[in-house]
Write a protein that binds this ligand. Structure first.
Ligand code: ADP
Ligand code: MG
Length: 687
């Protein structure tokens, strides 16, 4: 084992920091930016191998700093480790200039403010070749890097053979120019008159660098978040619109003014474009993101451009959705060729290969969806629901509603929208519903897919890549309530085949409420309450009929109920409770509370509670085998199957159309997220 000579060690290290001519340019230009320059010009000869010259008009370097300027780890930007976290300059390692002197000849000409002349000095292997010489100079610093890699023959050869770095340098400066639009940049080949980068304003520099076709098809994007729990950032930039066509994505990304790369963000944006634009065009994107400095991992290798951020996923998601919104809105101004979408009626025997993407009629969705965002089913396509994988039960399902001894009649109420829609109290109640609506849940409800029932109360629904448990009782109750308000005075009616006597039904309800039904001693009281409630409801009959289509005749019989959702009849076992609730809980004096009370009672009555009979396909089966009651069993099977059918075919489709979920549902357990595909993928990736 031999100790390497220090010059060899330094040269190896230098070769790592300065990998190609463009890396030298980047370091030099960053130094100029750190020196508060407002104008930076670059001259390049032979792709940077012969000469790189960067001139700026920054604050310059003091005479006394020149001797150690090009030593390793000499910097004016950092004195102690903690400074790293409050750093706003681009350099801080004090390595760049030193590295260059190990692999090239470096000459510095500089003048600081207030001096009458400047100094020029050359460096080799980290040290001055001679004392600084006084010379004439214009404001700022000029650094010449000549004969790059003169002492690394192999590297020089490969670079000479490959396409030269000039294009890369122009590209780098173009990106810099877009971002630092208060600094003017120019870049030209040695001897050329015309500069290849010359910038004024941000859009100007995009135009001059990337062409008119890019510049005229850009839209501004902005998004920021100030979440005290950690996710704080702001982003502004430009993105190409749908008229822009390109095969390659260009992402010019600055994070805290540092030109970086972030492949996750790039992919996220590409996905949006692929999914939103009809043509598979790749975007042009310029973005400048600012974050608290401590949220960016700054202690990265000098040549490593890929960054890591705190809360990266959230930030990317927010940016992604902002881009999507911008694109979609901009899309409205553009006409698309209509694509015919063929809906394939899929069964289990024809496995779907296209189940990942919902066929949107406008044909805006493209095919590419990352695997961890693939969605098995979507709201417009029933394949993949749970029941499709189970053996169908031999039930005679939906249409046979008659078993409930109800005949639906199409008695239409007098329709006189003007007269009743003016009732301001109902309008106020509807406005109340609208104002409580939770936008996130609304989005979920609108686009979710019913997967199946998880138990008696919770349905599994899928929204994008998330799986939720949704409380069917709460949801249906709210939906029925809202629909009652919306259909106010405009109901179709369900005609009961046998009018039912109110007093008996109410008495039934009172007895059911009683915890100890054996004792008869309160029966008198109950009968009197039932009587009173019946009288009260008879008194209100006209109003109940007119506005709610609840028809009570003069003998105190209930004979008609409203249709709240088409194709849905409430569970008649719950009529007694409903009547009791009408009699007891409604506040009749005040118009608004009265309407609200009646609507709530109807909502509760029509809600899709589990049937009163135990579920025969669950634990409840014991109940029937014990009692050996065949008829009861088939009643129960019917009731449960009927309910599940209604949930899938009536409740969920109607919810998608009408439900405005109140904010309370986000926290009261009505919606519970149980799984998210991305998270599952993460778990599997780790395995
Ligand atoms: P770093 O930028 O990490 O500090 P460098 O090797 O790039 O290390 O530069 C070393 C020091 O030289 C800088 O800290 C700065 O003080 C000075 N310097 C380099 N280039 C310039 C310039 N163009 N204008 C003024 N000062 C400069
Ligand atoms: Mg530097």
């Amino acid at each position: 084992i031999q100790r390497l000579e220090e010059s060899v060690v330094n040269r190896i290290a230098a070769g790592e920091v300065i990998q190609r001519p463009v890396s030298a340019v980047k370091e030099l230009v960053e130094n100029s930016l750190d020196a508060d320059s407002s104008s930076i010009s670059v001259v390049v000869k032979d792709g940077g191998l012969k000469l790189i010259q960067v001139s700026d008009d920054g604050h310059g370097i003091r005479r006394e700093d020149l001797p150690i300027l090009c030593e390793r780890h000499t910097t004016s930007k950092l004195t102690k480790y903690e400074d790293l976290f409050s750093l706003s300059s681009m350099g801080f390692r004090g390595e760049a200039l030193a590295s260059m002197t190990y692999v090239a000849h470096v000459t510095v000409t500089t003048i600081t403010k207030g001096q009458i002349h400047g100094y020029r000095v050359s460096y080799r292997d980290g040290v001055m070749e001679h004392e600084p010489k006084a010379c004439a100079a214009v404001k700022g610093t000029q650094i010449m890097v000549e004969n790059l890699f003169y002492n690394m023959t192999a590297r020089r050869k490969t670079l000479q053979n490959s396409a030269d770095d000039y294009g890369k340098i122009v590209d780098l400066l173009s990106r810099m120019a877009i971002h630092h639009n208060n600094v003017s940049f120019s870049c030209r080949k040695h001897g050329a008159v015309k500069a290849d980068v010359h910038s004024v304003s941000r859009l100007d520099s995009i135009r001059s660098v990337y062409g008119v076709s890019v510049a005229k098809n850009l839209m501004k994007v902005e998004v920021s978040s100030c979440d005290p729990s950690g996710c704080t950032f702001d982003m502004e930039g430009f993105i190409s619109n749908s008229n822009y066509v390109s095969k390659k994505t260009i992402l010019v990304l600055f994070i805290n003014d540092r030109l970086v790369e972030c492949s996750a963000l790039k992919r996220a944006i590409e996905i949006v474009y692929a999914a939103t634009l009809p043509k598979a065009s790749k975007p042009f994107v310029y973005m400048s993101i600012n974050l608290p400095r401590e949220h960016v991992d700054i202690n990265i290798h000098p040549t490593k451009k890929e960054v890591s951020l705190l809360n990266q996923e959230i930030i990317i998601e927010m940016i992604q959705s902002e881009v999507e919104v911008k694109l979609r809105n901009a899309n409205d101004t553009r006409t698309f060729q209509e694509q015919k979408v063929e809906y394939i009626q899929s069964t289990l025997t024809s496995p779907r290969s296209d189940s990942t993407v919902s066929p949107k009629p406008s044909g805006q969705k493209a095919q590419k969806v990352p695997v961890n965002k693939m969605v098995r089913t979507d709201s417009s396509d029933p394949a993949g629901r749970l029941h499709a994988f189970l053996q169908p039960k031999p039930h005679n399902l939906p249409d046979k509603v008659s078993s409930l001894s109800v005949v639906r009649s199409s008695v239409r109420q007098r329709r006189n929208p003007k007269e009743t829609a003016d009732l301001s109290s109902v309008q106020e109640l509807i406005a109340g519903v609208d104002s409580c609506c939770h936008p996130g849940l609304l989005e979920t409800v609108r686009n979710c897919t019913y997967v199946g029932m998880a138990d008696d109360v919770f349905a599994l629904v899928q929204y994008n890549t998330h799986l939720y448990l949704a409380n069917v009782v709460n949801l249906s109750k709210e939906l029925m309530y809202q629909q009652t308000l919306r259909r106010f005075a405009h109901f179709n009616a369900i005609q009961l085949s046998d009018p039912a006597p109110l007093s008996e039904l109410i008495l039934l309800a009172l007895k059911e409420e009683d915890l100890d039904p054996e004792t008869d001693k309160n029966d008198d009281l109950k009968e009197r309450i039932a009587e009173m409630n019946t009288e009260l409801l008879k008194e209100k009959a006209e109003m109940l009929e007119e506005y709610f289509s609840v028809y009570i005749d003069s003998d105190g019989n209930l004979s008609r109920l409203p249709v709240i959702l088409d194709q849905y009849t409430p569970d008649m076992d719950r009529v007694p409770e409903f009547l009791l609730c009408l009699g007891n809980d409604v506040e009749w004096e005040d118009e608004k509370s009265c309407f609200q009370g009646v609507s709530a009672a109807i909502g509760n009555f029509y809600a899709m509670y589990p049937p009163l009979l135990p579920n025969p396909s669950g634990d409840g089966i014991q109940f029937y085998t014990k009692n050996l009651d065949k008829d009861l069993l088939s009643d129960a099977e019917n009731a449960w199957a009927q309910r599940e059918w209604s949930i899938q075919h009536v409740l969920f489709p109607s919810m998608r159309l009408f439900l405005k979920p109140p904010a309370s549902m986000a926290s009261n357990g009505t919606f519970v997220k149980v799984a998210s595909l991305e998270k599952l993928y993460k778990i599997f990736e780790r395995c």
